[in-house]
Design a protein around this ligand. Structure first.
Ligand code: AMP
Ligand code: MG
Length: 313
C-alpha cells in the first residue's frame, strides 16, 4: 500500500515492520537499525546476501556519534559540509549497532538523508533506520513510490510516498577506517566536492585497499541486455533502445530513446537515470544501447552504474 500518512509509517516501524521511505537518492527499504529481528526482514524481502552491510540513516551528527567509537576530524568536516545529503561515512561501530545491520563487520555506514519525510520519521521513531534501496537484490533502484510497489508486487511493504527522488542515484560512500579516507562507492556527491573539503582521497580499485563489501560487478541491472558503445561503434541488430545524456544523432535507429538532459546537465541526468532505464526495460527491446557520460562530477557515478548494469548475462 502507498501512503502519505507519516503516523502509519512510524507505527509500523515501531512494531518492527518494514516501510519503504523516500530519500533524495533512491527509495529505501527501512527498518529499525538497532533491532536485528526487524533488520532481518530487509534481507529476506530483498533476497540480499547477509554479508552485504546496510546504510544506517540518522537524524543528525549527534545521532551518528551515538553509534560509533570514533568520528575523525575529516569525517566531521564532511558531515558538516554535506549532511543532510548523498554522502555516507563508514566509521567503527559501537555495540548498539547489531552485526546483522553491518553485514558482520565492526564498521557502520551512516548518513543523514536530505528529505523531510525520513527525517520526520526518524525523529518520531527515536531510532535510526537501516535502509538499502527498496528493490530486489541486484535490480534497478526505485526513484518513485510506484517503482517500489511494482518491484515487490504482492510482497510490497507499506510505501511512504514522498514524490520522485531529486538526486536519483545512491549516496557516495567514503570509509574512514584507514589512514587515508577511501571512496568505496561513487554516487550522488561528486568526489571533486569531497576533495575540496578534506583534500585528496583514495578510491577503491585505484589502490590496494579492500573492495567495498556488496559492490558487485553486476548490480542496478535491467532485465534487457545493456550494451555500452563508443561513439563510432556500429549498432547491433534487433530492436534497440537508446540511453544517453544528450546525444541526438541517428535517433531513427532506435525504437525508444531516453535523452536524460538535452543541455548536458549531469544532475538532471542522474535524477532521471533509473526511471529512464526502467522505461527502456519495459519497452520489449532486444538491447539497450548506452553511451558513456562525461567522466567528471556525477558523470563518474553514472558511468559506474552503466558498467554494472551492462554486466548482466
Ligand atoms: P545500499 O545498498 O545503497 O544500502 O548500500 C549499501 C552499501 O554500502 C554496501 O553494499 C556497501 O558497499 C556499503 N557499506 C555499507 N556498510 C558498510 C560498511 N560497514 N563498510 C563498508 N561498506 C559498507
Ligand atoms: Mg541497492
Amino acid at each position: 500500500m502507498i501512503t502519505k500518512n507519516l503516523t502509519d509509517a512510524v507505527t509500523q516501524l515501531k512494531q518492527g515492520q518494514l516501510v519503504a521511505v523516500p530519500t533524495e537518492t533512491v527509495y529505501g527499504l527501512a527498518a529499525n537499525a538497532l533491532d536485528a529481528k526487524a533488520v532481518a526482514k530487509i534481507f529476506a524481502l530483498k533476497e540480499r546476501p547477509v554479508d552485504h552491510p546496510l546504510i544506517v540513516h540518522v537524524l543528525n551528527i549527534e545521532q551518528a556519534k551515538s553509534l560509533v567509537t570514533s568520528f575523525p576530524d575529516k569525517a566531521e568536516k564532511l558531515a558538516k559540509a554535506f549532511w543532510p545529503g548523498p554522502l555516507t561515512l563508514v566509521l567503527p561501530k559501537n555495540d548498539r549497532v547489531p552485526e546483522l545491520t553491518t553485514g558482520g563487520m565492526q564498521s557502520v555506514a551512516l548518513r543523514v538523508p536530505n528529505h523531510p519525510a525520513p527525517l520526520a520519521i526518524i525523529e518520531e521513531c527515536g531510532f535510526p533506520l537501516a535502509a538499502p534501496s527498496a528493490n530486489p537484490f541486484g535490480r534497478i533502484s526505485p526513484t518513485t513510490a510506484l517503482h517500489v510497489e511494482q518491484s515487490f508486487g504482492a510482497g510490497a511493504p507499506l510505501v511512504f510516498d514522498g514524490g520522485p527522488c531529486q538526486v536519483g542515484v545512491e549516496s557516495t560512500i567514503i570509509s574512514f577506517l584507514d589512514e587515508t579516507p577511501c571512496i568505496l562507492r561513487l554516487g550522488g556527491l561528486a568526489v571533486e566536492e569531497i576533495e575540496k573539503v578534506i583534500g585528496p582521497v583514495a578510491q577503491v580499485g585505484k589502490s590496494a585497499q579492500s573492495i567495498a563489501p556488496g559492490m558487485l560487478p553486476q548490480h542496478y541491472a535491467p532485465r534487457t541486455r545493456l550494451i555500452i558503445l563508443e561513439e563510432k561503434d556500429p549498432l547491433p541488430n534487433g530492436k534497440l533502445g537508446l540511453l544517453t545524456l544528450n546525444r541526438s544523432t541517428n535517433k531513427e535507429a532506435f525504437q525508444a530513446y531516453e535523452i536524460l538532459s538535452p543541455e548536458g546537465n549531469l544532475e538532471e541526468a542522474a535524477s532521471g537515470f533509473y526511471s529512464a532505464l526502467r522505461r527502456l526495460d519495459e519497452a520489449s527491446l532486444d538491447s539497450i544501447i548506452a553511451y558513456r557520460f562525461p567522466d567528471q562530477g556525477l558523470g563518474k557515478a553514472l558511468n559506474d552504474r552503466l558498467e554494472r548494469a551492462s554486466h548482466l548475462n
